[in-house]
Design a protein around this ligand. Structure first.
Ligand code: CUA
Length: 450
């Protein structure tokens, strides 16, 4: 055969030339092989499609448990690896024995195929005791780091307990409330004080253990920040907690990890870890009452803006811009400063609307009449990077999308109920209705709350 390399030993040359024949024979005798082949090709295709995404291969997505950024998540990752290695060793041994038996004892001739099975035996004490011993050993190897990790990640280590920062996290359908019991802030201009409350964005200091008391007001939720720690359920009438620590400043994705109703999948939150100084500045800014933007006299002559109607959004359309995605921590920092070109008249119109449309019944805005506690505290809403429980970016367009039709962004949420037409005392009553101008004014007001 000229086409085949003459240097190849005869043995391999005959085998290689038989390869296409063997493949065809296998495909016709085992049709499932063809199906596996197609599945493999599809998998390879998928891998190629995601080939440009470096993070895919590093397994470093927003919610990666493999590339972690804190000691708690790291210890949990170690347990995962131990389990993987033990499973791999068992797999290799079992697969090797299986392969050996398959090839060694396969039928080679016609008579082999019809031969009587060899005498069957069982009950070899050495093999059975050996297997029991090996299984126990495998379980012990997994159990030791597992128990150690359960013990050490259960709560802030004794030595660090003094410097631990305490936060109360509460699950609601479908958002998270974070309360800072050590930070008392004014709730009105008469000097009354209450703990600082934020919604859906948990800001923590870098390098300090943070103990989070986990509660819920309705159903079971679960608190999970994959890169930092996870996950612990928020259970009605049960005091759970979790501790985590961020090793460096960063922006971390969190997710409710227990099915809790319509919008469970979009019940998200963010953890923002800041260096000591920046964290202190953030606390200072959050402690103030809501920002007042009085209508400026010099703006009285400014012509009223014409408001463009909001474009329509597809169902489940993503609401995060590319710029935000590239550097979310910088995007978050940029949100801390008041926007240039604020329209003070629009903002004060929005503030009036916030009362007139009864938003204050559910939302707190410290210093601006709002005292509701069933929905997120909005005192410093404009300084958050996301809205609708971490689902969409906090910018004017997305905020208008949310204000106009919250039910289309987060199905079943309580704010959407306020927009529905309801029956009251036998009469049909309209829910909240907003004109384009009102929508823009409300968005301007909320964005001004830095
Ligand atoms: Cu809350 Cu799932």
């Amino acid at each position: 055969m000229e086409s085949c390399s003459p240097n190849l030993p005869d043995f391999w040359r005959t085998r290689l030339s038989l390869l296409p024949l063997t493949a065809r024979h296998m495909l016709t005798s085992f049709p499932q092989l063809a199906r596996w082949g197609r599945a493999l090709a599809a998998l390879a295709g998928l891998t190629l499609v995601s080939g440009c995404d470096f993070n895919f291969w590093r397994m470093d997505g927003h919610q990666s448990t493999i590339v972690v950024e804190g000691p708690v998540a790291r210890e949990q990752l170690q347990v995962f690896y131990v389990t993987c290695w033990v499973s791999l060793v068992i797999f290799v041994i079992v697969a090797a024995v299986l392969a050996y038996a398959t090839f060694k004892f396969k039928a080679r001739t016609e008579s082999d195929e019809h031969a009587e099975p060899p005498p069957q035996s069982h009950g070899n004490p050495l093999v059975e005791l050996g297997l029991i011993g090996a299984s126990v050993l495998a379980l012990v190897v997994i159990a030791i780091p597992t128990l150690k990790a359960i013990w050490s990640t259960y709560d802030v280590p004794e030595a660090e307990r003094k410097e631990a920062f305490v936060v109360n996290g509460t699950g609601y359908q479908w958002w998270f409330k974070f309360e800072y019991p050590s930070e008392l802030v004014p709730i009105n201009d008469q000097g009354a004080k209450a703990p600082l409350v934020t919604g859906n964005e948990l800001v923590i200091p870098v390098g300090r253990p943070v103990r989070i008391n986990l509660r819920t007001v309705d159903v079971i939720h679960s608190f999970w920040v994959p890169k930092l720690a996870g996950k612990v359920d928020m259970i009605p009438n049960r005091a759970n907690h979790l501790y985590l620590k961020a090793e460096k400043a960063g922006y971390y994705w969190g997710q409710c990890a227990e099915y809790c109703g319509d919008s469970h999948a979009v019940m998200r939150f963010r953890v923002i870890a800041l260096e000591k100084k920046e964290f202190a500045e953030w606390l200072e800014q959050q402690s103030s009452l809501a920002r007042n933007v009085a209508p400026r006299a010099d703006e009285a002559s400014r012509p009223r803006a014409q408001f463009a109607a909001l474009r329509s959004f597809k169902q489940n359309e993503a609401g995060i811009t590319d710029k935000f995605d590239v550097n979310p921590l910088e995007a978050w920092r940029a949100k801390q400063l008041p926007e240039k070109n604020e329209d003070s008249r629009l903002i004060s119109q929005g503030r009036e609307l916030f009362k007139a449309k009864a938003c204050i019944g559910c939302h707190t805005v410290r210093g601006h009449d709002g005292m509701g506690v069933t929905a997120p505290d909005l005192t410093h809403f404009g300084s958050r990077s996301t809205l609708a429980a971490g689902l969409i970016e906090n910018n004017t367009e997305q905020l208008r999308r949310w204000i106009r039709d919250p039910g289309s962004v987060k199905p079943g949420n309580k704010m959407a109920l306020a927009y529905a037409r309801v029956e009251r005392d036998g009469k049909a009553v309209d829910g909240i209705k907003l004109t384009t101008e009102e929508e823009v004014a409300l968005a301007a007001y909320l964005e001004s709350l830095k």
